[in-house]
Write a protein that binds this ligand. Structure first.
Ligand code: CA
Length: 221
């Protein structure tokens, strides 16, 4: 037994999937189609979708935000976990990827819950803040261009309510955040953001080593 997080080999990872994930047929089909995409690794892992769905239900989320939709798997997991009156504002710049997303949201019967906003998310979030949506979201998921992560984090902090949760993807960045030899811009931005959140007294946070690393930061009440 170890009190350190396990390294998952393929067999143990398979076991974890088999004992964690519950997907609908539409989720399975979307994952299969996304796997054909050259950028397939941009999709979240199914075990992460399962965790996010659990968090959405646990928090009683009715209003959610997503920055970075890609082909819509994470939005689908969140939308399926929302109550019938729940809403997800989903931001992305790509018409092509989100066209795939829309097809599967339709099939899953959750299209009405998802308000897709095409355009730079920094602008979309600024507009939400200006429109009076600050402190109104229960949950925000950030999984987009890493160069804007610090901005998305600050905007999400304004948009979520006290007690609301911000989830930030790829914070372990394939392990590169801990490798001093890696000094490219995106890695440095993620390192700085991880430092910032760890010291940020506005939130209670935990860096969860699921998939590529998921920080969960609750805005303090
Ligand atoms: Ca990601």
């Amino acid at each position: 037994m170890s009190n350190q997080t396990l390294n998952l080999d393929d067999r143990l990872h398979r076991y974890l999937l088999d004992h964690s994930v519950h997907e609908t047929a539409v989720q399975v089909a979307l994952r299969a189609e996304t796997a054909q995409q050259p950028m397939a690794r941009m999709q979240i892992a199914p075990e992460q979708g399962q965790l996010m769905a659990l968090l959405v239900q646990l928090l009683g989320v009715t209003k959610a935000l997503e920055v970075g939709v890609f082909t819509g798997y994470s939005a689908l997991a969140v939308a399926l976990a929302l109550p019938p009156e729940g809403q997800l504002v989903a931001c992305d710049v790509s018409e092509d990827y989100t066209a795939i997303a829309r097809r599967y949201w339709q099939q899953a019967g959750v299209a009405d819950k998802i308000d897709l906003r095409i355009g730079p998310a920094v602008d979309t979030l600024d507009r939400l803040i200006a429109a009076g949506d600050a402190n109104s979201f229960d949950f925000a998921f950030i999984d987009a261009d890493k160069s804007n992560y610090p901005t998305y984090y600050e905007q999400a902090l304004q948009l979520v309510r006290p007690g609301g949760l911000i989830a930030i993807d790829n914070v372990l960045w394939s392990g590169q955040v801990a490798d001093p030899e890696v000094t490219d811009n995106r890695t440095k931005i993620l390192r700085t953001l991880n430092d910032t959140i760890h010291q940020d007294r506005r939130v209670t946070a935990s860096l969860v080593p699921i998939a590529d690393g998921l920080t969960l930061a609750m805005k303090k009440r």
